[in-house]
Design a protein around this ligand. Structure first.
Ligand SMILES: [Fe+2]
Length: 278
């Protein structure tokens, strides 16, 4: 893919140098059709599976219709609600810049969209994952505050803390589930933007579903190449964890492999592990 800036202008530590205008006029009719296909499919699958607050966010921002959103129009609605904005970036952003953006309530989003022959597999997050998956909950104050606090925690962390924080992001922001009045629901962007994992995370007998515990999650490794063998369940869709600096900075000992169980786990569903035995 051709990038609009040469890589040398990027200052890894400075978020501003990563932000670029969303090249909205470069999207083709096919690009918008790809968004629409993915959004329509997810809207069908998410019924009865997504947290109500997430669905409210999709609707409030109009992400379910009209093709790839124009970030300017999107931000007029989002900023008014929680002070967050979506900013376009040309690719994965280095840790420091990423945390600084979050602390400043800027969510970095890849602006490009996957090709029609890669609808269900992408190597780097695209605009559908980043915006449809991540942005709806940014309309909700509890989540908006959590993600900004996560950015501040990242800026304060050393290498040990960063390793632990990455796991927390994975098991909440990307792959979190929550107990809601309507039942067990999806809150994580990695699930909500994936047709296969939307069904697997909630309905498969294979994965463990474990009551969220910060100490536990901070020491739990994850896998990036398959569905998760375990999901962690927040006590409600607005009960995002407090970022306890002492726990984050604690020594990274007793690290658990993905899918391993630990004494003290509250298993809401004890998975049979069948998916990962195959
Ligand atoms: Fe993501």
């Amino acid at each position: 893919m051709d990038m609009p800036f040469p890589a040398t202008v990027f200052d890894a530590d400075h978020p501003g140098s990563w932000i670029m205008p969303q090249p909205f006029l470069r999207y083709t009719a096919q690009d918008h059709a790809t968004w629409q296909h993915l959004a329509s499919r997810q809207m069908r699958l998410l019924q009865g599976r997504i947290a109500p607050a997430f669905l409210d966010g999709i609707r409030a921002l109009g992400l379910h219709h009209g093709g790839i959103p124009d970030f300017g129009a999107l931000n007029r609605r989002l900023t008014q609600r929680t002070g967050w904005q979506v900013v376009a970036v040309p690719g994965l952003v280095p840790d420091r810049a990423f945390f600084r953006m979050l602390a400043q309530r800027q969510f970095p989003a890849g602006w490009w969209i996957r090709k029609p022959d890669q609808l269900d597999y992408i190597e780097e997050p695209d605009v559908f994952h980043d915006v449809f998956g991540h942005v709806p909950l940014l309309t909700q104050p509890a989540y908006a505050d959590y993600l900004a606090a996560y950015g501040r925690a990242g800026l304060a962390a050393d290498e040990n803390g960063l390793r632990r924080l990455a796991r927390l992001y994975w098991y909440t922001v990307e792959f979190g589930l929550a107990a809601t009045g309507a039942g067990l629901r999806i809150v994580g962007a990695g699930i909500a933007s994936s047709a296969g994992e939307t069904v697997f995370a909630l309905e498969s007998a294979s994965p463990d579903r474990i009551a969220f515990d910060l100490r536990r999650v901070l020491r739990t490794q994850y896998r990036i190449d398959d569905f998760q063998p375990a999901y962690f369940v927040l006590p409600s869709e607005s009960a995002w964890p407090a970022l306890d600096a002492t726990l984050i900075a604690a020594p990274d000992v007793d690290v658990l492999a993905p899918g391993a169980r630990a004494p003290g786990d509250v298993l809401l569903h004890q998975g049979d592990g069948a998916h990962h035995l195959r």
